[in-house]
Write a protein that binds this ligand. Structure first.
Ligand code: SF4
Length: 385
């Protein structure tokens, strides 16, 4: 992020983070809609334990939102998150802030200083006579000073407000004050269409001025709308390429049954030039893959040297591993010609049972905890109790 990287889109899950399957399902939906990074709340030990399971299976980097408790920041780091968001108005003790920064530095994890006009530190609010642009930037500056004391620089900054005019002025000032990447957003923008208009007014104005490295629409709506809006805005401004084929792939984890990167790269090369407007998922295992990517039009998951072809999460055919990419391409063409419903109706009726057999055999032979989640969870419990 920053330093010439494309502007990225973020959104936030609305599920309980402790509900791993529901949260992962939403993360995949968000990734398919255009989110490059997803934030999950880490407000209790069970959420941190959930993150330990979610992070290795997420297709996009996960940022943990820490509220008031330093223990949750440390537990989220233990869970392996890719980033933290700290609100200076919530986590206020300098020693605790520095402790988190030190731990993040040791682990190479970036932190967003997420200043919010609605939860500004009372002392700053008083000093500036309200949540002014100057007050928001001062809050970020003070937090950054704590980080600098422990030589932690891997920081991005946001200075959000629900007032579009305040937010624009605050980010302009922040871009003059800091070298760090800026995360843009109009907070509490409300439901669409008003929320979309407010978010676009603030974010697009700044992006057009060359300010901003990542963004989030904060809508009172399904977060998929946030991700979609972010992506569309960047495409409209010519800051991201338009997507025809949308290929998503799991990051691969201890469960992977195939070289996911290799298969995804081959599938991308084979499908890209075809101009098909479909979402295709390449998933490393049949244990979780079809469920995690159930929102994709089409996907393939590996298991026991076979490829399990699925449409909207339903297994439709099982093919030898060597034919995974070819089967994917052939099915993509048929979906484009005949539509999803027709292809679902034409499925091989024994495929689901075969997949269930492979799933059961994999769980049997490799166990239920190939990502060593139990170890992480016991470390989180040791630190939070
Ligand atoms: S290998 Fe399986 S469990 Fe691991 S990330 Fe891929 S689909 Fe999810």
């Amino acid at each position: 992020m920053g330093g010439g990287a494309p502007v990225s889109v973020q959104s936030m899950t609305t599920t309980k983070t402790a509900d791993v399957e529901a949260t992962l399902g939403q993360i995949y939906e968000l990734a398919a809609a255009g989110a490059d990074i997803v934030r999950c709340t880490c407000n209790e030990g069970a959420a941190a334990e959930g993150l330990a399971q979610i992070v290795p299976r997420s297709p996009v980097p996960i940022v943990a939102d820490i509220h008031f408790h330093v223990e949750m920041a440390l537990a989220a780091l233990e869970a392996g998150v890719h980033g933290l968001r700290l609100n200076p108005g919530n986590l206020r003790k300098p020693e605790e802030i520095k402790l988190v920064a030190r731990e993040a530095k040791d682990r190479g994890v970036p932190i967003r200083i997420g200043v919010n006009a609605g939860s500004l530190h009372p002392e700053i609010y008083e000093r500036f006579g309200g949540a002014t642009p100057e007050a928001l930037v001062e809050s970020a500056r003070l937090e950054l000073a704590y980080f600098e004391e422990v030589d932690f620089q891997d920081v991005k900054i946001s200075v959000k407000a629900s007032s579009v005019a305040t937010m624009i002025a605050a980010y302009r000032l922040a871009s003059e004050t800091f070298e760090h990447p800026l995360h843009l957003g109009v907070t509490e923008a409300g439901p669409p269409p008003g929320g979309l208009i407010k978010g676009t007014a603030g974010i697009a104005t700044l992006l057009a001025e060359g300010i901003g490295d990542t963004l989030r629409y904060s809508l009172t709506a399904d977060p998929v709308e946030e991700a979609r809006a972010g992506r569309q805005l960047l495409e409209a401004l010519g800051l991201r390429e338009r997507r025809g084929l949308d290929l998503i792939a799991c990051p691969s984890c201890g469960r992977a049954e195939v070289d996911v990167i290799g298969v995804a790269t081959q599938a991308q090369a084979a499908l890209e030039g075809m101009g098909l407007p479909i979402q295709v998922a390449v998933m490393g295992c049949v244990v979780n893959g079809p469920g995690e990517a159930r929102h994709a039009d089409l996907g393939i998951a590996a298991g026991r040297r076979r490829g399990h072809l699925f449409i909207r999460g339903q297994i439709v055919r099982v093919v030898p591993e060597a034919e995974m990419v070819a089967a994917l391409v052939a099915e993509a063409e048929r979906i484009a010609e005949e539509g999803v419903e027709a292809r679902l109706a034409a499925r091989d009726l024994s495929a689901e049972a075969e997949a269930a057999e492979d799933r059961a055999a994999l769980l049997d032979s490799r166990g239920a905890d190939v990502n060593h989640v139990a170890e992480r969870v016991s470390e989180i419990r040791r630190r939070t109790t």
